[in-house]
Design a protein around this ligand. Structure first.
Ligand code: GLN
Length: 487
């Protein structure tokens, strides 16, 4: 039986649109109806604009009727995390600080999706300023995991993963600073890709930690992720970290590159704290590649134990600097209780930011302060170099690394109340950001209680074609992506 429209893939829907079996307006209406039906239980969106989406869909249909369709994304509803700017739409970062902010401009990824003809659909919930691993830090309330709405969807891009898993969008974009695309993808049973640092422009992305932030796609399949990546990647002079590199046809690469590959299994990623059902599913994925003729090698990333500490020094330092602009004067909420000019800063920030954001700003200000800079920030930068060297060393012998994405499946809302237990969820994803590498989470099974499990493949810098091909080989031999939550 074919899936409902809202659960189909970009590749499949694009073919139906081209064959005139379907219009973008019909597809967009189906996604809107699905969203309206399930959103009270999922709460993946901070806001959406039905008439704007239908107008974009009608424009796409008009293009297609005139023989001017722009490719696979033309007419496909795609949701954006609420940290990515879209002209005339709210841009809140799920913070009271930006509650009433409307973006006056488009992010580069937004411009590129518009040029590709995508129907931009909704503003997706996340942890406030992308700080968190559960979407519970949103000022507008948490998102539920579509597989069990009493559980978290992961984070910080939990709205992006949940909306996709629930059929409220056909693909979505998120941002990943320490795992915020891959971890929620794993917890919601979808594909999530964090590109190499520098591949996708961050112009128009609300900055969290600028040396780590990347934008990337959530999709139902690796092929769909390849399609979206192809549309958003590429050099942009408005992001000085954007890399000048040719963008290959990622979709075509899926079938050209057939392996067999050499895969490394980092022994530090299978240590204490890993859920046994997740370990077993990832072991099965390893066995699959082995059966395909891939060479499997154990490798070591000896500085893994320092990843978390290093990340939480660097990320908070950069956040404290980036969030300085939200002071009630340049940007953001302005307190009406302030008594004088200095008080405007203090009161506006006290009222506008939530507890986790404040914790990070205080930590980050501390590690940058004079007398502590060398002991914390500079030392973290040195350890970061060692962490990156671990990966590059491993890549002398292997094409990619295979690991679990998250040590635990989706946990209950409210279960991880102390910050440290949440930070530990990032243990397998953070090293990739510190090293600037591409990595993808692909569904690789379910727990006995029916919660999705993800496997992470980590690739060499700018070798997304290879990475996607390796992931695709696994995915097409399994049925995980064809399963959807009952809701
Ligand atoms: N969970 C990590 C954090 O809280 C990563 C967040 C992210 O990637 N945006 O910082």
């Amino acid at each position: 039986m074919p899936s409902a429209l809202h659960f189909r893939t970009i590749a499949d829907l694009a073919a139906a649109l081209d064959a005139k079996q379907l219009t973008s307006v019909e597809l967009t209406q189906a996604v809107i109806a699905r969203t309206q039906a399930v959103e009270p239980r999922v709460h993946a969106f901070n806001s959406f604009d039905v008439s704007d989406a239908l107008a974009q869909a009608a424009a796409s249909d008009a293009r297609r009727a005139a023989g001017q369709a722009r490719g696979a994304l033309d007419g496909i509803p795609i949701g954006l995390k609420d940290v990515i700017a879209v002209t005339g739409q709210p841009l809140t970062a799920s913070s009271k600080m930006l509650q009433n902010f409307v973006s006056p401009y488009d992010a580069t990824v937004t411009t590129k999706l518009k040029q590709a003809g995508a129907v931009l659909w909704g503003r997706l919930n996340c942890d406030e300023f992308a700080m968190g691993s559960s979407t519970e830090n949103s000022a507008f309330g948490p998102t539920g995991n579509p597989w069990d709405t009493t559980r978290v969807p992961g984070g910080s891009s939990g709205g992006s993963s949940a909306a996709l898993a629930a059929g409220e969008a056909i693909a979505t974009l998120g941002s990943d600073t320490g795992g915020s695309i891959r971890q929620p993808a794993a917890l919601c049973g979808v594909v999530g890709l964090k590109p190499s640092y520098g591949l996708v422009s961050r112009y128009g992305l609300i900055a969290f930690a600028s040396s780590l932030d990347q934008i990337g796609p959530f999709a139902r399949t690796v092929e769909d992720a390849a399609i979206v990546l192809g549309a958003i990647a590429g050099h942009d002079e408005r992001d000085s970290t954007s890399f000048k590199t040719d963008i290959p046809d990622y979709r075509a690469a899926l079938t050209i590159n057939r392996g067999p590959w050499k895969l490394g299994i980092p022994k530090e990623y299978f240590a204490e704290g890993l859920d046994p059902e997740i370990a077993a599913s990832v072991e099965q994925a390893i066995a699959f590649y082995k059966a395909q003729g891939c060479e499997i090698r154990e490798v070591s990333l000896p500085h893994t134990q320092y990843c978390l500490d290093t990340y939480y020094v660097i990320a908070t330092a950069e956040a404290s600097s980036n969030l300085g602009r939200y002071d009630g004067i340049r940007y953001g909420h302005r307190s009406t209780a302030a008594k004088d000019a200095v008080d405007i800063y203090a009161q506006s920030r006290a009222e506008g930011f939530g507890p986790e954001v404040k914790r990070r700003i205080i930590l980050g200000t501390y590690v940058l302060s004079s007398g502590y800079y060398d002991a914390y920030y500079l030392r973290a930068q040195k350890v970061r170099t060692l962490i990156r060297q671990d990966f590059l060393h491993a890549f002398r012998d292997v094409d990619a690394l295979l690991t679990p994405t998250s040590p635990v499946p989706a946990f209950k809302l409210g279960e991880k109340a102390d910050p440290l237990s949440l930070y530990l969820c990032d243990i397998y994803t953070i090293g990739v950001n510190l090293a600037g590498l591409p990595a993808i989470s692909v569904p690789c099974g379910f727990t006995k209680s029916g919660l999705p499990i993800g496997a992470q493949l980590i690739g060499q810098p700018f070798q997304e074609s290879n990475l996607l091909a390796i992931a695709h080989a696994y995915e097409r031999a399994h049925e995980w992506s064809a399963q959807h939550p009952a809701l």
